[in-house]
Design a protein around this ligand. Structure first.
Ligand code: HPA
Length: 279
């Protein structure tokens, strides 16, 4: 079995052979937010099943393909669906697509996810810029021998979520009249939703949002020096906040409802980030 660097390289080469486009920006589209990839022009779609070593998503609402195409003038590689630790994948497998992105020449990633809202200032459907995360998944994609070709043994995480990109997102949101909150994302293993007591604990340690993704991908991205912008859609208020049970159907419905707002924000942000990374 070859190492992950070689595997990521092989996957990147296969993808690049299928398209003349050379994306500098990678998108990871979370639950209910994958539709954006369908709107890309000059699109090449590569099912994850055709990419060597690529993990296959099993979650409902995740299409499982990579779409390389153009959002206006900006070339992007968009993951329609991601894999999660709760599906049984290791943190390294969860981070693998981000490593493939880096080997494809991508310099910036925009990650989106569905999250539960802990901050009482949020409501269902709110968009939240992730300022920082608290990794409570009990694992890390960098566990094991370090491969210096990806990055250093002990990567800095003080500026994991690029300050300049957050400023760009805030500016574009204001122009579009979109309310964009900012908060700290707590990443949990799942797949059960949290208990009300866990949500109370997360609030006390400083979390505004809770979800089951993103942290491992961000850690791998920063390890390789990729810049990160991450936006959550509050698909539901977290457990115990409202007097009602949580359901995956609710998560998907809210994703569907904010889809167009979310897409317009993404479309506005992309050219400005592209400008920074030469895309
Ligand atoms: N908790 C964890 N993950 C989630 C939630 C939640 O309430 N909503 C969407 N993803």
């Amino acid at each position: 079995m070859s190492d992950q660097f070689t595997q990521a390289d092989a996957a990147a080469q296969l993808i690049l052979k299928r398209t003349p486009l050379r994306p500098r920006i990678g998108l990871v589209l979370g639950s209910g937010l994958g539709a954006f990839a369908d709107s890309l022009g000059d699109a090449t779609r590569v099912p994850y099943s055709e990419i060597p070593s690529f993990p296959q998503s099993t979650a409902i609402g995740h299409a499982g393909r990579l779409v390389i195409g153009k959002a206006g003038e900006v070339t992007v590689a968009a993951m329609q669906g991601r894999v999660h630790l709760y599906e049984g994948y290791s943190a390294q497998q969860v981070a693998f697509p981000i490593r493939v992105f880096a080997r494809m020449g991508i310099k910036a990633v925009i990650l989106t996810n569905a999250a539960g809202g802990i901050n009482l200032g949020y409501s269902q459907g709110a968009l939240v810029l992730i300022r920082d995360h608290i990794n409570l998944q009990g694992t890390n994609p960098l566990v094991g021998p370090n491969d210096d070709r990806f990055g250093v043994r002990f990567p800095d995480m003080t500026r994991a979520y690029c300050k300049e990109y957050r400023q760009v997102a805030r500016e574009e949101a204001i122009k579009l009249g979109i309310t964009l909150h900012e908060g700290v994302y707590a990443a949990l293993l799942g797949p059960s939703y949290e208990t009300p007591a866990e949500i109370e604990y997360l609030r006390r340690i400083g979390a505004d949002l809770v979800g089951m993704s993103t942290a491992a991908e961000v850690i791998a991205a920063r390890h390789m020096g990729l810049n990160v912008l991450a936006i959550s859609c509050v698909t539901n208020m977290a457990a115990g906040i409202l007097d009602q049970p949580l359901s995956h159907a609710e998560v998907m419905e809210t994703g569907e409802r904010v889809k167009s707002t979310f897409e317009s924000l993404l479309k506005a942000v992309l050219p400005r980030i592209a400008h920074e990374v030469g895309g």
